[in-house]
Design a protein. Structure first.
Length: 177
């Protein structure tokens, strides 16, 4: 009685992966050039680096000793510079497909996003302790949107809304009924 090894034959299902589009380094260099030229015209010294991340996409980060000039109050100047750079890039690239990117200065946006989430988290804790509605500081619409999205995802028991008129518009939190 000889024993033969048992052979199992099976085939793995074919999995098709959609690869992300290749980074277009020519476009990246063009955008870096636009940013560098704009910095020169503004009389601001600085260097431009880029990073590609899964969550944030393509981010151009300006490092500058004059970062406060580029950021402005609550990032308002940075938002305007980003809008200007996007318009200049769209005109220069003249592509059928949009080239999406964000602009940051000394990681201001990342730090501000962390601060806004921590502020919202603290307001939720205070709301749960007191049961009274909590109002956050006035902020621009893109920051309010971030806070609303954060609360919706991480604190579904809380409802948020925006009140007042610009530039004093702020997020108010209440417990859902």
């Amino acid at each position: 009685m000889g024993s033969q090894p048992l052979l199992l034959c099976y085939s793995l299902p074919t999995i098709h992966y959609q690869l992300p589009p290749m980074t277009d380094y020519n476009k990246i260099e063009i955008v870096k050039g636009i940013i560098t030229e704009l910095l020169g015209q503004l009389g601001v010294s600085g260097s431009v680096e880029f990073e590609e991340s899964i969550t944030k996409g393509l981010v151009f980060n300006i490092s500058s000793p004059d970062s406060f000039l580029l950021i402005g109050r609550q990032g308002a100047t940075l938002h305007s510079v980003e809008t200007l750079v996007r318009a200049l890039a769209a005109k220069k690239l003249q592509s059928q497909e949009p080239f999406w990117f964000t602009l940051d200065v000394d990681d201001y946006k990342r730090k501000r996003e962390w601060f806004l989430k921590e502020t919202a988290k603290a307001a939720v804790e205070k709301l749960k302790m007191t049961g009274r509605g909590q109002a956050l500081e006035p902020m621009p619409n893109y920051e309010r949107r971030l806070v609303h999205a954060y609360l919706q995802e991480h604190h579904p028991e809380v409802e948020s809304s925006s009140i007042d008129n610009e530039p004093y518009r702020k997020v108010v939190l209440r417990l859902k009924k």
